[in-house]
Design a protein around this ligand. Sequence first.
Ligand code: PMP
Length: 457
Amino acid sequence: MSPFQSPLVDAYRRRTQKSARLAEQAARVLPSGVTHDSRYLQPHGIYVDRAAGSRKWDVDGNEYVDYAGGHGALLLGHNHPRVIEAVQKQLAKGTHFGACHELEVRWAQWVQRLVPSAERVRFTSSGTEATLLALRLARAFTGKPKIVRFTGHFHGWHDHMAFGVSSHFDGTATPGVLDEIAQGVLLVDPGNLTTLRDLLAGRDDVAAVIVEPTGGSWGQTPLSKEFIAGLAEVTSARRVLLIFDEVISGFRCSPGGAQTAYGVTPDMTTLAKILAGGFPGGALGGRKEIMDALDHAASAAAGREKISHHGTFNANPISAAAGIATLQIVAETDACQRANDYAARLREGLAGVLRDERIPWVVYGSFSGFHIYTNPEGRAVSVADIESGKLDYRALKAVSRDLITKLRLGMLVNGVEIFSWPGGPTSAVHTDDDLALTLEAFRRTLRTLREEGDIPV
Ligand code: PMP
C-alpha cells in the first residue's frame, strides 16, 4: 500500500483541507509546490497563517508546537516583542537607503563583540552567500585553489556545496555543477583527523577547510569538541585556513557560537539565521588580514587586486534592526542556555517514550537541537555509538523517507511540527506545556505507526 493511504494520512488530510487546496495551486506554479526542498512533504505541507512564541497556526486553524524554528533563525521564538518593535520603528524610517547607515555599524559591532574570530565583518543576504564569500577569500588570501569539506556537511546550495551532502558522497558534481568546481573541492570523511592529516601532508594546494563545528547538518552527524580542537591544530600546522560555518550554531550554542562553546577560534566564520533575528541576512567574519582582501585601501597598499563584493540587500536596515535587537538579547540574557536546557529535557523525554514503547530508535543531539534516528535495521544502537562516529553519515542519512514523512504527518496530526531531518532546533521560549504536548504527540504517533505496520511490533 502507498505510504500515503492510511488512516493516519486520512486524518491529516481531513485536518488540513485548506492547506491541500493551496498545495494544489502551488503545484501549478512552484516546482513540487515548494520554495525550499526541506519544506517538501507528501501529500502536502501545512500552510501557516500566523505564529507567536513557540507556536504556529495553519490556515485550517490547527495549532502546532513549532520545531522548524524559522529553519533555526528563531532562537527567541516567533515575534519577540523587542525584535518586532525594532523592526516597526525602522519600517517607519525606511527599508533601503542604498547608502551606509548607523544600524549596519551597530550590527557589525555586536558580531565583533560576540564572535571571537570576527575581527572584521562583511554582511551578505544569506548563509549560502556567506560560505561562497568565505571560499573566495580563502583562495585569494592563500593563493591556493582547493577547499576541503567534510562529507555530509551542509553549507548552502551554491556550486561548491551542492554535492556530498545527502548524495554524491563520492564528490562527483550534481547536475548543473561544473566538474571543474567539484574537482576543486576535496571531500573528507568527518570525525577522522588522520585522514585529514594525511591528505594535507601530501599536498600544498589547499586553501581552507570548512566545517560545521557541531557536526554535519546541524549535528545530524556529530563531531566532538576534541575533533574540533584537533582540526584547528592540523590546519594551523599546515598553514591551511579554518572556516567555521556557524550559520546555525552561531549565537545558538552560546552567545559566541560553537567557537566560544568549544574555545577554538577559526580564521573565518560564516553566519546567518539568528544573526538577522528572523529576517534575511548573513555575514562573514574573520581575521583582519584575510578580510583586508575586501578593503580598498589595504588591497591597494598590498599591491593586490581587491575582491569585489556586492549585494542589494546586504545589511538592509530591517534585517539590521532585527539583528541588533536579537544579538543584544542573546548577549544580555540566558536565551542560549534556556534553549539548550529545553533541548536536553526534550531529548531525554523523547528517549523515555521510545524506551516505554520499546522502539529501538535513538534521539540524540547537542546544544539546542534534537535528531531522531529511525534505525531502519533495528540494530542495537546507542547515543554513544552515534556521537562517537560508529554510525557515520551514510548510516545516519540512509533512513526511509516514507517513514519520516509518516512520522512528521503523525506529529502534525497531534499538534507538533518537527523539521525534516527529522528533529529540529529548540528555542528560548519553548515551555513545559510544549514539552508535555510534544512527548504525548510522539507517543501517540509511534503507536499509530505501529498500528499501521510502519514500525515492527
Ligand atoms: N550553512 C549551514 C550550516 C546551514 O545550516 C545553512 C542553512 N540551513 C546554510 C549554510 C545556508 O544558509 P542560507 O539558507 O541562509 O543560505
